[in-house]
Design a protein around this ligand. Structure first.
Ligand code: SF4
Length: 349
C-alpha cells in the first residue's frame, strides 16, 4: 500500500539563486516561514488520524533543503524522529538542487530517515540551464543522481520542458539522460510563466515564447511514452493548483489543472485512431483505473472519435494492464499498448 504523503512547503528557504522561471512564494503560496516542531507534530497527528493505518511519508517540498543551515535542517528532521521510531512515519522525502548534494550530506540525511531525494534537474542541456539562470550544469545533475543512488536512497528527477533555449529534442534527450543515469522516477513540469519573474519580463518583451498547452501536451506524451518504455514512473505532469500554486499568477505557458490526464488521454486517443479505421463501430476494453483517460477530459476522446465516424463503447476490464487497450470490431479482437504500438516523431512537436 502506498504511503500517505504529509506535505510541508519550505518555500524559497535556503536557496541562494533566482532562476528565471521561479517565484517560490507564488508556487508555495507561503511567505517562507519554516514549520516549527509543534506544527510538524500537529500535522502528523492529524494526518495519522485519517490515514486508516497506512504509513506516512513526510515530504519537504519547495526550496533547497540541503542548502539550509544544518541546524535548520536538524530542526525540521528532529521532530520526525519519534514518529520514525514508532513506525507512524515510514520515510522522509526532500527536494533540492543537484549542486547542493554530496556524499556526506546524503549520509547525514539518510541517518535521519530521508529515503527519497528529488533533484531539480530541469534540463540536461547546459545552454538551457545557463539561459534559465540555474547556476549548475548537467554534470552536477549526473553526479548528484549517482551520489544518491550510491547511498541506497531513491532519487527523482524534476524536468522542465520548454525553458529558454529548450527544444523538444533537447527535452527528450534530458529525459533519456536522467533515465540512463539511474533516476527512479520523474516529474515533468512544463515551463509556465509566473507573474513577477524574470521569465515574465522576457515573455512580455517577446524574448521568450512559452510552450502552448497543445504543444506541451504533444511533447509530454512523447516524454511519458519514452519513460514508460524505460520502465521509469512519471509520478506527476504539471504543477498542482491544490498544492498552493496561485493560478492567477500564471501569465502563459503549458498549464492545465488536469495536465497529466490530458497527456494520458492523448496517448489513448492516438492509439485508438491508429487501431480503428474511420467509420467503424468499436468496443474498447481498458483497465478500470484508465477509464476516464480513455474517454478523455470532458469526454473529448469519445467526441473526437465520433467526428471521424467511430462509435466507441468503453468497458473497464481488470484483466488488462493499465497501458493496454483491447479493441473489438466486427472482424477482430486485438490488444494494443500505448508503450509499443504508437510511433511518435519528436520532430513533429
Ligand atoms: S533553485 Fe529552486 S528555489 Fe532556487 S530560485 Fe531556482 S527554482 Fe527557485
Amino acid at each position: 500500500m502506498r504511503p500517505v504523503t504529509v506535505p510541508f512547503f519550505i518555500s524559497h528557504q535556503g536557496c541562494p539563486h533566482t532562476c528565471v522561471f521561479c517565484d517560490q512564494r507564488t508556487i508555495s503560496g507561503a511567505s517562507g516561514v519554516l514549520p516549527a516542531a509543534e506544527q510538524i507534530h500537529k500535522k502528523i497527528d492529524l494526518w495519522r488520524s485519517t490515514a486508516r493505518g497506512r504509513s506516512l511519508e513526510v515530504a519537504f517540498f519547495g526550496g533547497t533543503f540541503t542548502a539550509l543551515p544544518e541546524e535548520i535542517q536538524s530542526g525540521l528532521l528532529a521532530p520526525l524522529q519519534p514518529f520514525l521510531a514508532d513506525g507512524t512515519v515510514g520515510s522522509v522525502r526532500i527536494s533540492t538542487r543537484p549542486d547542493c548534494i554530496d556524499s556526506g550530506r546524503v549520509a547525514w540525511l539518510s541517518e535521519r530517515g530521508v529515503r527519497t531525494i528529488e533533484l531539480g534537474v530541469q534540463s540536461m542541456d547546459d545552454t538551457v540551464l545557463a539561459a534559465s539562470g540555474r547556476g549548475h550544469c548537467s554534470t552536477d545533475s549526473l553526479a548528484a543522481i549517482r551520489c544518491v543512488k550510491e547511498h541506497g536512497l531513491k532519487v527523482g528527477a524534476q524536468l522542465m520542458p520548454g525553458l529558454p533555449g529548450d527544444t523538444p529534442l533537447s527535452s527528450l534527450s534530458s529525459l533519456e539522460r536522467v533515465v540512463s543515469a539511474g533516476a527512479d522516477f520523474i516529474r515533468i513540469y512544463p515551463t509556465i510563466v509566473l507573474q513577477g519573474t524574470v521569465l515574465a519580463r522576457l515573455y512580455e518583451t517577446g524574448q521568450f515564447i512559452p510552450l502552448s498547452l497543445d504543444r506541451g501536451v504533444a511533447l509530454c506524451k512523447i516524454l511519458l511514452q519514452r519513460a514508460m518504455q524505460a520502465g521509469i514512473p512519471v509520478i506527476r505532469i504539471g504543477l498542482q493548483a491544490d498544492l498552493g500554486l496561485n493560478t492567477e499568477s500564471v501569465l502563459a505557458g503549458c498549464w492545465h489543472p488536469a495536465l497529466g490526464q490530458l497527456v494520458r488521454s492523448q496517448l489513448y486517443d492516438d492509439l485508438i485512431s491508429h487501431a480503428v479505421l474511420a467509420g467503424r463501430r468499436v468496443t474498447v476494453h481498458c483497465h478500470p483505473a484508465r477509464l476516464s483517460d480513455v474517454i478523455g477530459v470532458n469526454r473529448t476522446n469519445l467526441q473526437g472519435q465520433l467526428e471521424r465516424g467511430v462509435q466507441m463503447l468503453v468497458i473497464p476490464d481488470v484483466t488488462l494492464q493499465q497501458e493496454e487497450l483491447k479493441v473489438l470490431t466486427e472482424e477482430s479482437c486485438i490488444t494494443y499498448s500505448i508503450i509499443s504500438d504508437i510511433n511518435y516523431s519528436i520532430h513533429e512537436v
